[in-house]
Structure formats: C-alpha cells, structure tokens
Write a protein that binds this ligand. Structure first.
Ligand SMILES: [Zn+2]
Length: 54
C-alpha cells in the first residue's frame, strides 16, 4: 500500500508548512492555508459533508 504524495503547494514559500497529517509541505499559512494537505484533507471534507452542521 503506497501513501499518496500531495502535489507541491502553489503559494508563497512563506506560507508553506508541514501537513499536520503526513508532514509533506503544503499551503499551511495565510489566506487559503490549511494545516492539512489535499490528500489528508479530502477524507475530512468527506466526513463533514456527511454530517449535518451541529
Ligand atoms: Zn497530508
């Protein structure tokens, strides 16, 4: 089983940080930043889509 590698972040280098899930560089800081890369964030978004907003 291979771990998917997220694409390189397309943002300012100053906004790049390690993904809190897998540690790969991702767009973490600043506008549009997220502590999770697209690979780790996808299942989170899927979960949120299933649950009604509490
Ligand atoms: Zn990740």
């Amino acid at each position: 089983m291979t771990t998917p590698v997220p694409p390189a972040p397309v943002c300012a280098p100053a906004q790049v940080g390690p993904c809190s899930g897998c540690g790969h560089p991702t767009h973490r800081y600043g506008l549009g930043g997220c502590p999770l890369c697209v690979v780790c964030h996808a299942p989170v978004l899927a979960q949120q889509a299933k649950k009604p907003a509490a």
